[in-house]
Design a protein around this ligand. Structure first.
Ligand code: ADP
Ligand code: MG
Length: 275
């Protein structure tokens, strides 16, 4: 509501030239439900970009547009300097966008290394005769897992035997390997205990320090303040505010999420809310 905020904050809606991801005026409806009305935001390399908002605000729908699950009805998504129009999550993955799913999407009956290489198996052989290179996959999996902050059992153990935190670590490891540039995490610690959460947070910080861009959806505002470099607040299908995390506090986040604070969008972008 303060004028200072209204004058300075809209600058966040102008993506810097070095932004890895730029989303501009993206809209998506499911039938009558306008899940995304018009969303503008961006994310940078080497930063954790948080997205917060109430249930139903459109957070998951937005990241599903970025990761190729949904195709926006309108708007522009630019990634690494070029407009993209992903037709599937595989398309997005090829460009370096990986997602860690909310529901810990690992296959219980496969081992850690098999999960890490699921759908991107290493092959060996010549010409048309190809074999799975199990030895190489186990070796690489061991290297990937050994770099984790979380204690993960041998790569030959079945995922069924892992704790929630270990599973999440394997999911993140899977997303972080394989030349990803942007890693999207939708509530990565929602199902975890305090200690496991701390470990996963360490892992997120390490990936950030290695130069990955991370998009973190979280309901835990303390976690957002602790981990993120920038925060976008979604409300009713819009990003209503974007801030550097250093310049926002918990009260302001809560106000923006609930609507007690109006946010920074110019009036013309808010039209249509009464329809
Ligand atoms: N596949 C879908 N089909 C129909 N409606 C959907 C679908 N996905 C999300 N929605 C609706 O879009 C809105 C935004 O949902 P969502 O993006 O999941 O919000 P959030 O992740 O912020 O809780 C909600 O009203 C939700 O019911
Ligand atoms: Mg969601």
């Amino acid at each position: 509501m303060s004028n200072a905020t209204a004058e300075t904050a809209p600058l966040m809606f102008q993506a810097p030239s070095d932004a890895l991801l730029r989303v501009e005026d993206v809209a998506l409806s499911f039938g009558q439900v306008r899940a995304l009305k018009t969303v503008t935001m961006h994310a940078r390399r080497g930063e954790v970009t948080a997205i917060v908002g109430d249930n139903g605000a459109g957070k998951s729908t937005l990241v599903r547009c970025i990761s190729g699950v949904h195709r926006p009805d309108s708007g522009v998504i630019e990634f690494d300097g070029a407009p993209v129009n992903f037709r599937s999550p595989e398309d997005a993955r090829e460009e370096g966008i990986e997602t860690v799913h909310q529901n810990l999407a690992l296959v219980e009956d496969l081992t850690v290394w098999q999960n890490l290489f699921l759908n991107r198996e290493l092959m060996r052989g010549f010409g048309p005769v190809k074999f799975l290179d199990r030895r190489a996959m186990k070796r690489e999996a061991a290297t990937m897992v050994s770099s984790l902050a979380v204690n993960v059992p041998p790569v030959a153990s079945r995922v069924r035997r892992l704790s929630g935190g270990q599973r999440q670590a394997v999911s993140i490891c899977r997303a972080a390997g394989f030349t990803s540039k942007l890693i999207i995490m939708d509530e990565p610690t929602a199902a975890l205990g305090v200690q496991e959460t701390a470990r996963v947070e360490e892992l997120i910080q390490r990936l950030r320090d290695e130069g990955h861009a991370i998009i973190l959806i979280s309901h835990n505002f303390d976690q957002v303040l602790r981990l993120s470099d920038a925060v976008w607040v979604m409300r009713a299908g819009r990003c209503v505010a974007g801030r550097r995390t250093a310049e926002i506090d918990g009260d302001e986040i809560v106000g923006l999420v609930t609507g007690a604070r109006p946010g920074d969008l110019p009036a013309e972008k808010l039209q249509g809310d009464l329809t």
